[in-house]
Design a binder for this molecule. Structure first.
Ligand SMILES: [Zn+2]
Length: 241
């Protein structure tokens, strides 16, 4: 028997047929439909208004049917936040993520990834000081997590520093945690491009922490390559001793 394969085009057609006759204002809350709606809304192929209406409907529906810490509620909240962020609705994205963090904290569950997400949402909204506070808390929370999530949150903090023009603070932080990056090998150098990009893409408007970054894009890339290489080499040097 052939292994069943997921066909995204067929899935898109099925979801479009399911939602075309429905109205998000009058459709009553239903969990299966909410899960289908968030998949439909997360598909960038659809127009912004349709995506926003169905993502909001799914979010409201799951909150009527499930407690906020239910895995389906967490997943739908995360996807709704992504839809909001992708449309530049940064204030709403912060509100949705802050509500999720509140629920996760109240239940006593680990909050690192939600806090990380809130930090990015705040950063995108230009609330940089709060973003840095949340990211620092996520970094403190990382102990006990697997290696990869720890690495992701440390790199996210570096991106936040870089985004606000605090490239040297990012370098010092990465250097302090260099032993965590050793398993990445030369991939670490590719991260330089990402760090360079965020320095340019970060919204300068509303950023109360922004200080001018060093030189042009090429100089920034060489800055990051050089420092990340040094972090990697220092670790290898120490491992050989
Ligand atoms: Zn900033």
């Amino acid at each position: 028997m052939p292994f069943p394969t997921f066909d995204p085009h067929r899935r898109r057609a099925e979801l479009s047929a399911l939602f075309a006759p429905l109205d998000p204002i009058t459709t009553p809350a239903d969990l299966d439909l909410a899960l289908a709606a968030i998949a439909y809304a997360s598909d960038e192929h659809h127009d912004d208004e349709t995506r926003l209406l169905w993502a909001r409907w799914a979010y409201q529906a799951v909150n009527q049917l499930r407690v906020p810490t239910d895995p389906d509620a967490i997943m739908i909240s995360s996807c709704y936040q992504q839809v909001l962020s992708s449309q530049g609705l940064t204030v709403d994205a912060v509100t949705v993520c802050a509500a999720r963090l509140h629920a996760v904290e109240a239940s006593g569950e680990r909050s690192m990834s939600t806090r990380h997400s809130l930090a990015l949402a705040l950063h995108a909204d230009g609330q940089c000081a709060d973003a840095h506070r949340q990211m620092a808390a996520a970094v403190r929370d990382r102990a006990g997590s697997d290696r990869l999530p720890q690495l992701i949150v440390l790199l996210a903090q570096a991106r936040l520093f870089a985004g606000c023009g605090m490239a040297r603070t990012a370098v010092r932080m990465l250097y302090r945690h260099r032993e965590q990056f050793s398993f990445l090998g030369t991939d670490l150098v590719d991260i330089a491009e990402d760090l360079t990009a965020i320095e340019i893409s970060h919204p300068r408007q509303g950023c109360e922490q922004r200080i001018p970054g060093p030189g042009n894009a090429e100089q920034r890339l060489s800055f990051w390559r050089q420092h990340l290489n040094a972090i990697l080499t220092a670790d290898q040097h120490e491992a050989r001793r």
